[in-house]
Write a protein that binds this ligand. Structure first.
Ligand code: CO
Length: 402
């Protein structure tokens, strides 16, 4: 066993040789690093990241930032969780400033007992914590064009993954007593445009959360503080933020948000509506567009895969533009409707090539490539693009969209 680990060490160091000789030995430390025997900064009440870490959400250039989105830097992420401060945003009318002491959730419509919950009352109820991704159905929109986006953030950054804490919506519905004619819910947000969507009642009884917590603390304002829906595996927009009202109804309400947007126009002129489920997708985050391989030799290919239909069962990676595929290692535990991290050791020989990943979820669904997706859906719709994402590695180590 000792022998094996020595051998592995030897192989890695041989392979990493070029990069390691590049280490800047004897270089003077920066001013702030000087004096290792001096006392450091005192304790603090709320931590900040190191000033050396610069990873940021990507803001669009727009005259209406209140109705815009920011993107998660997936290429910089480790593991499966997105820091709350880097979770992507999509707002239709800005982030409302809500006092939790005054915030209420109204539950009414086809129920025996209409109810109003304050935040304290909600948090007294039995809660659960679950890890789920949220992905905007517009994510990957740029990839419908042959050119695509230059990096993982611009291409796929409207997806993030958090641990969410909240009360199962089914519990609130049971308290209110849902009537037999009920089939759908209307969920309404407390932002200026009262963003609202219709949701089948059946999904509420399966796994929807009324969430107040994210990654161990209260939701961030831009993630719906103090209360949002988390609808596992369904398109981002339906995870209504700043949740203030749920009405139990017998048919979809056809709100402005689900008729003017979030429908998918097909090649024959008909539109798909209520396309809720996020189809399985995977993305190589290293090496990915905009990054540069420092040297030939060992690199660990790494990326994320997720599906609205449950667990990720398999991720295959091709390092030769799709001619051959091998199974990547999937990190455990794998959660349903959550990011799964995959990894594959790779020795780059220094020649130009194309890297691409393809995932399969527990329902057996296999991620399509762009040509298959266009054949099935045409080019009119720009929502729900879950095509495989190739990256081209150039001979100088730079990586670009393929
Ligand atoms: Co949709």
């Amino acid at each position: 066993m000792k022998k094996g680990s020595n051998r592995r060490k030897f192989l890695f160091s041989a392979s990493l040789g070029a990069a390691m000789t590049g280490c800047r030995q004897g270089e003077k430390p920066a001013a702030e690093d000087e004096g290792p025997n001096r006392l450091g900064k005192p304790v603090s009440e709320y931590g900040d990241r190191s000033p050396h870490e610069k990873s940021k959400r990507l803001k669009p250039e727009t005259k209406t930032p209140e109705a815009a989105s920011t993107r998660t830097p997936l290429q910089d992420s480790y593991g499966i969780l997105t820091p709350a401060a880097l979770h992507f945003e999509r707002h239709h009318s800005g982030v409302p400033a809500i006092d939790p002491a005054r915030h209420q959730l109204l539950l009414h419509g086809l129920v025996d007992r209409p109810l109003v919950f304050g935040m304290d009352e909600l948090k007294r109820l039995p809660s659960v914590s679950r890890i789920h991704f949220v992905e905007c159905s517009g994510n990957g929109r740029s990839e419908w064009s042959a050119k695509g986006a230059p990096d993982a953030q611009r291409s796929q950054g409207l997806a993030s993954c958090s641990e969410w804490t909240g009360v199962p919506l089914s519990l609130l519905l049971a308290e209110a007593g849902v009537q037999s004619s009920a089939k759908w819910l209307l969920a309404e947000g407390g932002d200026a445009s009262k963003m609202s969507r219709s949701i089948p009642l059946q999904k509420a009884n399966e796994d929807i959360l009324v969430a107040y917590g994210q990654n161990g603390e209260a939701l961030r304002p831009e993630q719906g503080y103090p209360l949002r829906l988390v609808v596992p595996g369904w398109e981002g927009n339906i995870n209504v933020k700043w949740l203030r009202r749920i009405k139990v109804v017998d048919e979809p309400v056809m709100t402005k948000d689900e008729t003017s947007k979030y429908t998918d126009l097909m090649a024959d002129g008909k539109a798909r509506i209520f396309t809720f489920v996020v189809d399985a997708k995977s993305l190589i985050t290293y090496p990915s567009g905009g990054q540069k391989l420092a040297a030939k030799g060992f690199h660990e290919i790494s990326g994320l895969a997720w599906s609205g239909r449950g667990k990720i069962e398999r991720v295959e990676v091709s390092t030769d533009g799709g001619k051959s595929w091998v199974n990547a290692r999937l990190e455990e535990p794998r959660h349903r409707m959550a990011f799964t991290r995959f990894r594959l050791p790779w020795t780059w020989d220094g020649s130009e090539t194309v890297l691409v990943s393809r995932c399969t979820d527990e329902s057996g669904y296999v991620q399509p490539d762009r040509a298959q997706l266009i054949e099935a859906r045409g080019m009119n719709s720009d929502y729900h693009n879950n095509a495989t994402k190739p990256w081209q590695v150039m001979a100088d180590g730079s990586v670009k969209n393929a």
